[in-house]
Design a protein around this ligand. Sequence first.
Ligand SMILES: [Mg+2]
Length: 266
Amino acid sequence: MPQKKYTHLFFDLDNTIWDFNSNSFDALYVALDKLKLLDKIGSFDTFFKIYNEVNDNLWDLYRRGLMTKKVLSVQRFEETFQKNGTPLNMDGEIVNATYLTEMPLQTKLVNGARKALDYLHGRYDVAIITNGFREVQYDKILKSELSKYFRKIFVSEEIGAQKPRKEIFEYAIKSMNAPKNSSLMIGDSWDIDIIGAMNFGIDQIYYNPQIEQKEWLGCFFSSMNRNIGDILAGTPLVFDKNQLVTDKKSVKTAIISDLHQLIDIF
Ligand SMILES: [Mg+2]
């Protein structure tokens, strides 16, 4: 019997476990309703689309240290209202605060997340590594009844480094007393979770529900290729489970399109 390859699993939170896309939609809707802004913005769907684009761009700047959290928090709403053609008649900070209050009250999880966590719980040492704001991430986990699954939660703001930087992975691994070669990162962002863990030197599982069924989904392959487009276009040379234990040299990647696949892998 080969020894079990992995002992420590590190999960991203937003859109890997906690359904950020759908929860943020609901939270923003409730927040705008409370502030009596809903009837001023026209289509909420259109507004939300603009918000996501604005927010993603600003988050990119924030992640790279080019924008403060305070500016991001205000500007994401003021800019969205502006671009929506319905300029905001109050301070963006009020919208932000109301939205952040509603956010952790939303508890939808990604399909298969609880089932996978129930399975992994007790079998592996599991933690979260997240880039979100500290004032909401803990509450999201608490209110969604996820606390019992994770021994530790690593929030970038508290560590002073965001994924994909190596420092946050380094910090998390050390705090968990996790050997690098038996640790694994699971996340939905190729550039942030997967490339980050790859560059740090631990194996990874990329979760993307949009990927169509391929026979090698859920199998580990050698991740020398940092371009997800190239990987999806080809057929990677996959490892079998026994090889995973013996081949300690290269960092490995697997791709899944459904969190239930984690139960087969582990
Ligand atoms: Mg994510």
